[in-house]
Ligand binder design. Sequence first.
Ligand code: GTP
Length: 235
Amino acid sequence: MKYKRILLKLSGEALLGEKDFGIDPKQIEQYARDVKAIVDKGIEVAIVIGAGNIFRGIQAEETGIDRASGDYMGMLGTVMNGVALQSGFENVGINTRLVSAIEMKEIAESYIRRRAIRHLEKGRVVIFVAGTGSPYFTTDSAAALRASEIGADLLLKGTRVNGIYTADPEKDKTATKFEDISFEDVIAKRLPVMDMTAFTMCQENNMPIIVFNMNEEGSLQKLIAGEKIGTLVAN
Ligand code: GTP
């Protein structure tokens, strides 16, 4: 196997599945099957989940809520998604540990880096929630940070699009997909892969990123088996 330990970033929006708000249970079931397939092959999996299906900090300003408060609301949204993921994963027999960047010990373990690594070594899927625990950071930044902290070989960004395109493929029919691209080129072409804080953290820590469509069942297994799926960003 090319990769031993991966960090999978799932957007909250992806959890919407067929719905307009909240969580589509069918989507969680699909993720659970996909994750189980790679855990069964011995891959260590950590997950960072977003909250776009519930609340985005950035939206808050429109409603008169200050940015920091809005970000905390978003972090709480990730906890709800994490609890749902944990339950869905356990339904298919995956051992999980829910780990929060903000202390709420009745719901999740508090984040301790070495403990999270130990869980991974024991074959447990670690679901990181509450982002970085600090406002002004996105869950993509949490993914970049945790991936570096746990020594992941790869950061997988699961989205609804199967890679990085020259333009938004949902709007521009002439858009073409990159198979591989360097960090410098993503910056020079201003491609919206992640926010700059998250992106430069990956670049500085030499953390390769693969952007792929996680909602296409089986893609995760194929990717881990070495098939060219999505777009690879590397130095
Ligand atoms: P080992 O020490 O490797 O055996 O790990 P473990 O996670 O199995 O042991 P532990 O006894 O620490 O945890 C048992 C269960 O309690 C697991 O499901 C943990 O996720 C959970 N747990 C541990 N600490 C906390 C906590 O502070 N809050 C909550 N809500 N659950 C916790």
